[in-house]
Write a protein that binds this ligand. Sequence first.
Ligand SMILES: O=P(O)(O)OC[C@H]1O[C@H](OP(=O)(O)OP(=O)(O)O)[C@H](O)[C@@H]1O
Ligand SMILES: O=c1[nH]c(=O)c2nc[nH]c2[nH]1
Ligand SMILES: [Mg+2]
Length: 155
Amino acid sequence: MAAKYFTVTWDQLHRDARALAWRLLERGPFTGVVAITRGGLIPAAVIARELECRVVETISIVTYDEEERGAPKVVKTPVAAGDGKGWLVIDDLVDTGTTLRVVRALLPGAHVATVYAKPAGKPLVDTFITEVSQETWILFPWDTEPQFIAPIARL
Ligand SMILES: O=P(O)(O)OC[C@H]1O[C@H](OP(=O)(O)OP(=O)(O)O)[C@H](O)[C@@H]1O
Ligand SMILES: O=c1[nH]c(=O)c2nc[nH]c2[nH]1
Ligand SMILES: [Mg+2]
């Protein structure tokens, strides 16, 4: 269990992904976007829309089983992105940097961006929007659902 949780709603994710697109505008234009699946798919769709980029590729690295980290496994490589030069790589977050280390080795020329970043992974990212502490677990809207909670007075 993480020490703290940072809950992200669909609205907030959309707003933060658009803020990232604003920041990336001056770093482009890009030949295409590579989404790191699965977490990078939604921010990549928002950013590709804002940057008017129609070419979207995917790379799939499996590193976590829920909050448990394992050895990173590449289960899909991008077909069209070459060494990444001129391409924009998007992920939802960087935590330890394990996933991005693998991605950077495969696409050394790419510009790498995430919406959220934790301190240990920050050096692996070229552009990000919001930093949270290393002990915080980010809860994304696709992993959560609203539920009843007890009144504060009863906790
Ligand atoms: O910096 P790291 O310590 O490598 O952690 C960050 C990665 O972990 C999560 O992906 P996950 O492996 O859970 O797969 P998913 O995107 O398919 O959920 C997240 O989406 C990042 O890709
Ligand atoms: O949903 C997630 N939240 C996180 O904080 C995290 N770190 C690695 N992988 C993660 N997945
Ligand atoms: Mg991921």
